[in-house]
Design a protein. Structure first.
Length: 371
């Protein structure tokens, strides 16, 4: 098949994240399976208009703020016709591209990492937040006839609540990078997280939990890997709570050091208000580390409650702290849950994810469904 994939960014963009990593794992395997893949994404300073990344043709247009507007009108329709694509893979990541409205007769398959809904207003102002909020509200109408992939069952449930047909939504799951593997058996009294520092990720909850753990007399440290617009606010909070000697903001950390971080830790924590999946949970799991995470869409799929870790009511920092404390103080429980998380992560493969996407693409081509 000749496949046109569309995503807001490619995986070399400065602000790339989990969505770009996820798409890369799928597209590179589709190329291995013999398909011809082109990725349409936004441009960024220093990036050429055209490039070849991992045997995938990348065409960049517009910017992060204007990319979606470049997808409307005659130029994109001419581009689609002149390249004779068999199918469009529309990756809805923060921005909805509404490909069924301009793809003509070319079949469309959608993939959604997660929808923000009202959580978007934690990140941006009223006007851009309203744009994302209302464009998401239109997804069920615009994509009503097409096939859709999401990451897990909780993501499917959320799309159904928005009005999408459950018969057309297929959970894809995720894979785990093989660099994540168990390390030394002895663990430090260390809590870790690795994330983009944005308000909806709620990293401040971990800092508040650290203050409570110190008050309870636990000699524990916390290391937070990642960068983002919430960095300065978190740094100020650490100072205000007197935790400078106990909580470290590591900034950007290379992948090999993220692996070491998980291998050293007694527990990994993911307090987000929403995730598509929550890669931390299964990446840390591959290293044999149990997880404490919020009971929200995405994390309810990646964490098996009371087996691979604990889920708590989002925002309930006292409950979150209690679960972290249990894993810090009960070595037998920590090892049991860490091993269960390792086995769970081992069962997740990118080959299976890519094969599921390939089947959706074939089904769309055979049926001719366009949104």
């Amino acid at each position: 098949m000749r496949i046109l994939a569309i995503n807001w960014q490619d995986w070399e963009a400065p602000q790339r994240g989990g969505a770009e990593f996820y798409l890369k794992e799928i597209l590179t395997r589709l190329v291995e399976y013999g398909h011809d893949v082109t990725l349409l994404a936004c441009g960024y300073p220093g990036a050429p208009h055209k490039a070849l990344l991992d045997r995938i043709k990348v065409i960049r247009t517009g910017s992060r703020n204007t990319f979606n507007f470049h997808l409307y009108g005659r130029p994109i329709r001419n581009f689609l016709r002149s390249n004779d694509f068999d199918v469009v893979l529309d990756d809805l990541n923060k921005i909805s591209f509404y490909t069924p409205l301009w793809a003509g007769k070319t079949p469309v398959v959608g993939i959604v990492m997660h929808v923000f809904r009202s959580e978007i207003f934690k990140e941006v102002g009223l006007i851009p937040g309203s744009y994302v909020y209302w464009t998401e509200r239109l997804i069920p109408k615009v994509y009503r006839k097409g096939l859709f992939g999401c990451l897990g069952e909780s993501g499917k449930k959320e799309l159904v609540e928005m009005g999408m047909d459950p018969e057309r939504i297929f959970p894809l799951l995720v894979g785990v990078n093989p660099v994540f593997r168990p390390g030394p058996r002895k663990r430090e009294k260390l809590i870790v997280t690795a994330t983009r520092l944005m308000r909806y990720k709620c990293t401040d909850h971990i800092i508040f939990a650290m203050a409570m753990l110190r008050q309870r007399g636990l000699d524990v440290r916390c290391e937070i890997a990642g960068t983002g617009p919430d960095f300065d606010r978190l740094d100020d909070l650490i100072n205000r709570l007197g935790l400078r000697d106990h909580v470290k903001l590591l900034g950007w950390v290379p992948l090999e050091d993220v692996v070491k971080l998980y291998q050293r830790a007694a527990v990994a924590v993911q307090p987000s208000a929403k995730e598509g999946w929550g890669f931390l949970a299964t990446d840390a799991g591959a290293c044999g580390t149990p997880v404490v995470a919020a009971r929200v869409p995405g994390l309810m799929d990646s964490v098996k409650d009371k087996k691979t870790g604990f889920l708590y009511a989002h925002g309930d920092i006292d409950e979150m702290t209690t679960y972290i404390e249990r894993l810090l103080t009960d070595e037998k429980l920590r090892k049991k849950m860490g091993e269960a998380n390792r086995r769970w992560a081992e069962s997740l493969t990118w080959k299976r994810v890519a094969s599921r996407v390939e089947r959706l693409l074939h089904a769309a081509v055979e049926s001719g469904t366009n949104g």
